[in-house]
Design a protein around this ligand. Structure first.
Ligand code: G16
Length: 542
């Protein structure tokens, strides 16, 4: 029997860069998750009998919300709900499941790289039928609906056993608990040269992969250890835990320090990588050689034709605006288009659907291709392994070769976390007002060529997205970008993206901090970060 539960709206259920992200204690309030899920369904209005995918990164509160979501979905007329076993589906695997089962969409329960546990973060995002994150028009409509919601629907049905594969009738529909790994692993085997990687492993190639006690553990064990033959134990922290072992499942220099220590030791393996909470981000480290996400995108784009799934070549490349211009130089050399989009994977969706790009990526450690509509951590690792195996080259040698061909873009991101919201907003407002006066001025040796607030017009559907970050471009290809994060759950986070270009005959082997020192000073002079926030140092440098 379908029941309608009266409810009243919660303020602030506005999806950010990647869905609705809040503390668990907010999500645990009566009707909170239910209101949001019902608002999603009211907006997307599924056809009767449609299929919905549900899965998450295994964090605390996942199973509770999944049980509620199943009942709400069936009450709203979905005919079939596909749930990953144990409530697990990585974000890219969910994207693949939507596409391969012809589902109308997915609820992905994750707060990505944010920590998990009773006092930490939770999140719900909705992906549409192409497998990608809901576009802005949809998330805005969902937010509007949360403000007027007055009921949610449910059915009386016991909890599903999420750990047992198989079908269970619920109300007028059916719930299928599916293997979260198998379909995805099979897809990877069609894209990459598993035989070449296996041969390299047999010849002594070694790797380490840190799953950070998050969702990629089961995927990595199946693909790297079982199918590619890497030694047992190659996958570290392989069991997904509700609190990620007390760590931030964020693959960067701070939170994946153990991986960096391994890769910079004398006995380092040939290759190191990590992924995040929900499996969409990646970190690539060679022996003594960290590859920035911006460089990784460029290096993969330049070599991707070596993977069987991309043997026809790359059609076009897209990057988010704060991502360095390294990939643009590869696109120019290949004679293919390069696109610059706002931060957020949803902005790549139209370009991928229209077949205008093959590969895309972001400075925030996301890289992927047209095989799904999400960024894909394990895919990026396999792309690197495929290229290294076929070419018989090390990460460091490939990086040196790339810079000697295209020049090198030194890059860093400085994050100022948990700022008072008003102080961060004042900094941005103040700088926005002063942007028009910046071109023609100089900060030390840096001459401002152009300064603007990034506004994107989608080349496929013409949709306009304004205020997507403040850009200051200097003569010679250096750049600073200022932007407020859309994924934090505490106050505001200011991100300052610093980038310096050195041509192929320039200084390619320098220390990044030293190369960026003048830009760091210019960022302070331009934005008055200390004056506005009281901070003289970033909280995190990635
Ligand atoms: C999300 C989005 C990404 C975006 C990132 C950073 O990643 O999916 O496209 O680049 O947030 O966003 P911000 O700079 O606004 O914090 P994830 O991995 O958190 O889903």
């Amino acid at each position: 029997m379908i029941r309608s539960i009266p409810s009243t709206p919660y303020a602030g259920q506005k999806p950010g860069t990647s869905g609705l992200r809040k503390k668990v204690r907010e999500f645990a309030q009566a009707n909170y998750a239910e209101n949001f899920i019902q608002a999603v369904i009211d907006v997307v209005a599924p056809a009767p009998g449609a299929t919905l995918v549900i899965g998450g990164d295994g964090r605390y509160h996942n199973r509770t919300v999944i049980q509620a979501a199943i009942r709400i979905a069936i009450a709203n007329g979905y005919g079939r709900v596909l749930v990953g076993q144990g409530g697990i589906l990585s974000t890219p695997a969910a994207s693949h499941v939507i596409r391969s089962y012809g589902a109308s969409g997915a609820l992905v329960l994750s707060a990505s790289h944010n920590p998990g546990g009773p006092d930490e973060d939770f999140g719900i995002k909705y992906n549409i039928a192409n497998g990608g994150p809901a576009p802005e028009a949809v998330t805005e409509a969902i937010y509007a609906r949360t403000l007027t919601i007055d009921r949610w629907l449910t059915v009386d049905a016991p909890d599903i056993d999420l750990d047992r594969l198989g079908d269970t009738p619920v109300g007028a529909g059916v719930v299928s608990v599916i293997d979260p790994v198998a379909d995805y692993a099979d897809l990877m085997a069609t894209l990459f040269d598993f035989a070449a990687i296996r041969a390299a492993v047999a010849a002594g190639f070694t790797a380490t992969f840190d799953a950070m006690h998050a969702v990629t553990g089961p995927y990595a064990v199946e693909i790297f250890e079982r199918r590619l033959g890497f030694a047992a134990g190659t996958v570290k922290n392989r069991v997904p835990l509700e609190d990620f072992g007390g760590h931030h499942p964020d693959p960067n220099r701070v939170h994946a320090k153990a991986l960096f220590d391994t890769m910079y030791a004398d006995d380092a393996p040939d290759f190191g990588a990590a992924s995040d909470g929900d499996g969409d981000r990646n970190l690539i480290v060679g022996r003594g050689c960290y590859v920035t996400p911006s460089d990784s995108l460029a290096m993969l784009a330049a070599n991707l034709h070596l993977a069987p799934g991309y043997a026809g070549g790359v059609k076009g490349i897209a990057r988010s605006m704060p991502t360095s211009a390294a990939a643009d130089r590869v696109a120019a050399a290949l004679g293919i288009p390069a696109f610059e989009t706002p931060t957020g994977w949803k902005f790549f969706g139209n370009l991928l659907d229209a077949g205008r790009i093959t590969i895309c990526g972001e400075e925030s450690a996301g890289t992927s291709s047209d095989h799904v509509r999400e960024k894909d951590g394990v895919w990026a690792v396999l792309a690197w392994l495929n290229i290294l195996a076929v070419r018989g080259i090390s990460v460091a040698a490939l990086a040196r070769e790339h810079w000697a061909t295209y020049g090198r873009t030194y890059y860093a991101r400085h994050d100022y976390e948990a700022l008072p919201t008003e102080a961060a907003a004042a900094l941005i407002a103040d700088l926005t007002a002063r942007l028009p006066a910046l071109p023609g001025t100089a900060f030390g040796p840096l001459h401002v060529d152009l300064a603007d607030s990034f506004c994107y017009v989608d080349p496929v559907d013409g949709a306009t997205s304004a205020n997507q970050g403040l850009r200051v471009l200097f003569a010679g290809g250096s750049r600073i970008v200022f932007r407020l994060s859309g994924t934090g759950t505490e106050g505001a986070t200011l991100r300052v993206y610093l980038e310096r270009y050195e041509p192929a005959d320039g200084a390619l082997d320098q220390d990044t901090d030293a190369m960026l020192a003048e830009l760091i000073a210019a960022a302070e002079a331009i934005a008055g970060i200390a004056r506005h926030t009281g901070r003289t140092q970033p909280s995190v440098i990635t």
